[in-house]
Design a protein around this ligand. Sequence first.
Ligand code: NAD
Length: 343
Amino acid sequence: MGSIRVGVNGYGTIGKRVADAIKLQPDMELVGVVKTKPDYSSMVANRYGINIYVPENALKKFEEKGVDPSGTIEDLLSRIDVVVDATPGGVGVTYKELYSKYGIKSIFQGGEKPEVATLSFNTLCNYEEALGKQSLRVVSCNTTALLRTLCALRGISRIKKVRATIVRRAADPKEVKKGPINAIVPNPPKIPSHHAIDVKTVLDIDIITMAVVVPTTLMHLHTVYVELESSITKSDIEELFANTPRVLLIDSSIGLKSTAELIELARDLGRKRNDIPELLIWQDSIEAKGTEVMWMHAVHQESIVVPENIDAIRAVAQLAHKASETIEVTDRTLGILRGRLTS
Ligand code: NAD
C-alpha cells in the first residue's frame, strides 16, 4: 500500500474525529484540516500536531488570535490526493468545483444531497463498487446504522421489506441552540422520513421509516422490523450480527438498559470523546418469527460514520481492493469491537 495524502475540510463533530482516525492509518497522511474560525478547536488541533489551513480572507483573523496557519484552503488542496469534506450539510456542494479544479478525489457526508458524489457509500454494502470513484458520499449516521444490519441480513436471505422507527437525538452535545427541550416531535409528521430514501441510495429495497425527535443529545435509537424471504431463527440472527463487522451485541441484564448507560460504558472504557463507532444491538430485543425479524439498536451519531469515512478514502484511492481488507485495517487501528460485549 502507498501513502495517500488527505485533508479534512470542516473540523467540527465529524471532521475532528475523521482527522484523528486518518492519523492512525498506516497508509494515509493527514496533511491538515480547514478551520474557518479561530476558536478553541484551532488550539486543540495545534496540541494534536494537526496543521490548520484557513480561507484566504480569514488569515488575518487567525493571526490576531495567535494562531499561525500553514496556508490557505487552496494551499491544502494543492498538497493532497483526497479531501474529506465535513462541512455543515449543504456547504460541501459549494466546494465541489474547487475540489475538481485541483483534480483531487472527494468524500462528502450524509448532509449533502446524493447528487453531490458519484456514489452513496457504505462499506458493507458497496465497497467494491466504490473503488476508484472520483467522489463518494458517506451516508448519514442513521442510514449507516440501518445499512450495516440490512447488508449483513442480505447475505443470508432476500429482504422483502423493512419498517423502522428512528428515535432521533435532538442535537449533538455541543449544540446549545437546538431543541426540543421538552417535547417529542414527529420528524417530519409524514411517512416515510428521509432515512428510507437515503437507504435506497445504496440498497434498492422496500423500506419505510418513521422518525421522531426526542430531547436527548447522547444517541439515536431505532426499532427495526424486517420481513425476509426465508425463515430464520433468533439464534441465526444473533450469530449473524455477532459476526458482522462494527456491530456489537449488548445485553440489558448487565446494566446496559439505556443510551445513558451506553455512553457511561464508553467513558469507563476510556474511549476518546466517549465515541462508540460500533452499532449496538440489544441482544435481548432480537425476535424472529418465521420470516419476520425484529430488534432495537443504538447509534452514536457523532462517531458511527468515522470508520466508513476511512474506508471511503481507501476505496477512492484504491488502497484496498476488498471490503474485508479495509475493514481489517480500519477496525484494528480504531479499536473497533464486534461480537458480544458479554463474552
Ligand atoms: P459541525 O457543525 O459540527 O461541523 C462543521 C464544521 O465546518 C464546523 O467546524 C464549521 O465551523 C465548519 N465550517 C462551516 N462552514 C464552513 C466552510 N464554508 N468551509 C469550511 N468549514 C466550514 O457539523 P457536523 O455535525 O460535523 O456535520 C458535518 C457533516 O456530517 C454534515 O453533512 C452532517 O449532516 C454529517 N453528519 C453529521 C452527524 C452528526 O451527528 N453530527 C452524523 C453523521 C453525518
